[in-house]
Design a protein around this ligand. Structure first.
Ligand code: ADP
Ligand code: MG
Length: 215
């Protein structure tokens, strides 16, 4: 089974829902080691994407959905995370350009391109206590699952599980990028908000694939 435009639009809806549900938690995390706007930023962005979904052409392919997310996040989210997630979705769209159906290789390529886009834009390395610490293990897990012949759903499940571990792994770290880097050792013991939103978005991707598989 492959994943098509319906999965991509379901992913947007599930993302908007999970970001809205966790808005306060993301605000709290960002208040602890940043300026407290991350939940607001992400909720504003995904609400805006949701409002534009119905405007997609009938023959839209997954890359069109990803591109809509990218342009909307770039223009509405602001902060550090707007351009970073915007670039992620833009590069993800580029990785599956022209494809109506996404197989395991495409799904793994989406995640890799998204991660590479964030690194290109933000220059964060593993262990800098950023969203990259959730993205890196997700990409590795997706590639490993794909290499083992996993289904699209299994690849996304593996990525979401690894992103959750990656987000938790930011807690003991000192930040070397973004606002949290001003705090030095005071950032220790707090989870990076962007890593947390990354895990929510990747969990939404897997949940949407599970719904697609059960239909
Ligand atoms: P701002 O920091 O401008 O207030 P947000 O609060 O929306 O923006 O986003 C903060 C998140 O952005 C951080 O938790 C971190 O995950 C991510 N981030 C910040 N700088 C970078 C970077 N250079 N590379 C990757 N991620 C980053
Ligand atoms: Mg912030």
């Amino acid at each position: 089974m492959t994943l098509g435009t319906e999965w991509a639009t379901d992913w947007v809806r599930a993302s908007a829902a999970v970001i809205a549900e966790n808005r306060v938690e993301l605000i709290t995390l960002d208040r602890e080691i940043g300026d407290g706007d991350h939940g607001e930023n992400m909720d504003r962005g995904f609400s805006a994407v949701l409002a534009k979904l119905d405007g997609l052409a009938d023959d839209a392919i997954p890359a069109d959905v990803l591109k809509l997310v990218a342009t909307t996040l770039i223009s509405t989210v602001g902060g550090a995370s707007g351009p970073l997630f915007g670039t992620a979705y833009l590069k993800a769209a580029g990785a599956v350009a022209g494809r109506a159906e996404l197989d395991g290789a495409s799904v793994a390529a989406i995640l890799r391109a998204a991660r590479d886009g964030i690194v290109l834009r933000g220059k964060a390395e593993a262990g800098d206590k950023t969203m990259i610490d959730a993205w890196n293990p997700a990409v590795e897990a997706a590639d490993a699952a794909h290499a083992n012949g996993a289904s699209e759903l299994e690849i996304l499940e593996a990525a979401a599980t690894a992103a959750a571990e990656g987000a938790a792994s930011t807690e003991p770290l000192i930040a070397r990028k973004g606002r949290a880097s001003y705090l030095g050792e005071r950032a220790i013991g707090h989870r990076d908000p962007g890593a947390q939103s990354t895990l929510l978005l990747l969990r939404a991707a897997a949940d949407s694939a599970r719904n697609a598989a059960s239909e």
